[in-house]
Design a protein around this ligand. Structure first.
Ligand code: ATP
Ligand code: MG
Ligand code: MG
Length: 545
């Protein structure tokens, strides 16, 4: 599936060629503290993609070392997202918490080697002792503790004899290292909190830098792929594995650029803030960049995967324009979904010279889409068109219905305005029109020239539907706070009118509403009695217009 070779593929290929590993093992290691977003999709695509391309395997590991933020519902959302994207992890799902006992033993090992010590400085002293980029740090007096004392204290930390923050376990590396992360990093801290899986069994929890490399090693991971902000952590990753002198082969860490997209935020913490503050309606709100949000909005997995392929893997951070993602979904749906007519903002048109009723045959797909299928569209004297498609005082270049200018009703006849009916406030309530009987679509002999064809529905046959129009979640390209939220990111139309075949025939779940965009039958709220459609994306890039 991977078309171009990125730097990660090259590394893996060279490692295989050099005989460093027999089998490639990657992992996707999310922390279950929120719903996954499209940045995670990129990571999933890379990790599972490499495993697939090199006939290896990829683990799904819940990095659950920070108990306060973690919940089982997030674990489920993560599993769900990987499955929906079409990937299979090497069973079962792994949890870092499964390795707590083993990790504890490795820590004891480091203590015995004189490479780790229990420190009892308070937080502020610890910060002070660490020094700065330009100034070396100094080591804590507690670093002089004997191995026996360290082992004893560490065990008592585990047993829960001390309060949070009273002691920590630190690696004994180098307090003047240029890489600040190497200045005796924390390996364990005391936390008397309930864990979503190990309950109250542990009062100490390993730090990311200690747990991650060893979890990778325990699982036989060969390539530990992560985002660039972990670049400085790589030295600790290597130090832990090398110091413990583990039996080879061992994993190596490789970093790639994080995905950022314009007009949205991409961090679980910020997304949680939006969900909890009720700025959006839950984690699957179609405006969110979560996988659940895109799914509910109507994005297809193919579109998301194509997007991940297109943006590629780079070593420098950058922000991708959201229109690139929108292009991918449009491109995917264009060749797949039926075209139907829905009038979002109905204006009644009475065709005075038409009597009776007929059914017009119309294809669901345009000629350039190689798919079959058609439906019958009822036509009658009373129809609705969109208010936007009539203009009493048209600006130059307006090609739709005006008092002077006729228009074609798509797949039907040409009509001409005869009279405009208004209420006492001057609002147009109805158009009286006439149609040209010899202008039927496909057999037009009228000779009348029109400049456009518009959507319409027959009044007696149309179904009322709810349509949810989504716009960008933030009004600024690189949002900084809640203040930047777009107040018009959701517009609900309760009384849109749709042609009946959509409800009765159900030709698909996704549609192109002619001239409006792509829409999806909302998987949660839709019913035949109360149909709800989500706007997936417009037909062309119309932001700011
Ligand atoms: P967040 O701040 O959104 O929670 P995170 O990095 O803390 O991000 P994790 O759950 O720890 O999230 O991430 C799991 C994996 O997904 C990691 O390997 C991480 O590097 C990767 N990942 C997270 N966000 C992105 C992103 N925006 N682009 C690419 N990969 C990402
Ligand atoms: Mg993380
Ligand atoms: Mg995070």
């Amino acid at each position: 599936m991977s078309k171009k070779k990125d730097f990660l593929h090259t590394i893996v290929e060279e490692d295989l060629k050099a005989g460093k590993y027999k089998e490639i093992v990657t992992r996707f290691p999310p922390e279950p503290n929120g719903f996954p977003h499209i940045g995670h999709a990129k990571s999933i695509y890379i990790n599972f993609g490499i495993a697939r391309d090199f006939h290896g395997r990829c683990n799904l590991r819940m990095d659950d070392t920070n108990p306060t933020a973690e919940e089982t519902k997030y674990v489920e959302a993560l599993e769900d997202a990987v499955e929906w994207l079409g990937f299979e992890w090497d069973k079962p799902v792994r949890f870092t918490s499964d390795y707590f006992s083993k990790l504890y033993e490795y820590a004891q090992e480091l203590i015995k080697m004189g490479k780790a010590y229990v420190d009892s400085l308070d937080e502020e002293q610890m910060r002070e002792y660490r020094g700065t980029v330009t100034q070396p740090g100094k080591r804590s007096v507690y670093a002089e503790r004997s191995i026996e004392e360290n082992l004893d204290l560490f065990e008592r930390m585990k047993k829960g004899e001390f309060k949070d923050g009273e002691h920590v376990l630190r690696a004994k590396i180098d307090m003047s290292a240029a890489n600040m992360k190497m200045r005796d990093p924390l390996l364990y801290r005391i936390r008397h909190v309930h864990h979503h899986r190990t309950a109250d069994e542990w009062s100490i929890y390993p730090m990311y830098d200690f747990a991650h490399c060893l979890s990778d090693y325990i699982e036989g991971v060969t390539h530990s792929i992560c985002t660039l902000e972990f670049e400085n952590n790589r030295d600790i990753y290597d130090w832990v594995l090398d110091t413990l002198e583990l039996k080879p082969p061992r994993p190596y860490q490789h970093e790639f650029a994080r995905l950022n997209i314009t007009y949205t935020v991409m961090s679980k913490r910020k997304l949680l803030e939006l969900v909890e503050g009720k700025y959006v309606n839950g984690w699957d709100d179609p405006r969110l960049p979560t996988i659940a949000g895109y799914r509910r909005r109507g994005y297809t997995r193919e579109a998301i995967l194509n997007f991940c392929e297109q943006i590629g893997v780079a070593k420098a951070n950058s922000t991708v324009d959201v229109s690139q993602l929108e292009f991918c979904i449009r491109d995917d749906l264009n060749t797949k979904v039926p075209r139907v007519m829905c009038v979002l903002n109905p204006l009644k048109v009475t065709i005075e010279n038409y009597e009776g009723r007929e059914e017009l045959e119309a294809s669901y797909y345009p000629q350039d889409v190689p798919k079959e299928g058609s439906r019958k569209i009822p036509f009658s004297k009373e129809i609705y068109i969109d208010r936007e498609d009539f203009n009493e005082n048209p600006p130059k270049g307006y090609f739709r219905l005006t008092p002077e200018q006729p228009v074609r009703l798509k797949s039907a006849y040409i009509i001409k305005c005869k009279e405009i009916i208004k209420d006492e406030d001057g609002n147009i309530t109805e158009i009286k029109a006439e149609y040209f009987p010899d202008s039927k679509s496909g057999e037009d002999k009228s000779g009348i020239k029109v400049k456009s064809a518009i959507q319409w529905v027959s009044a007696a046959d149309a179904k009322q539907v709810e349509v949810r129009l989504y716009d960008r979640l933030y009004k600024s390209e690189a949002p900084e706070s809640i203040e930047d939220l777009n107040p018009n990111s959701l517009k609900i139309i309760k009384n849109a009118l749709i042609e009946p075949a959509v409800i009765t025939q159900k030709p698909d779940e996704r549609f192109q509403f002619e001239r409006e965009g792509y829409f999806y039958a909302d998987p949660v709220d839709y019913s035949d009695e109360n149909p709800v459609f989500n706007k997936i994306v417009g037909l062309k890039d119309s932001w700011g217009k």
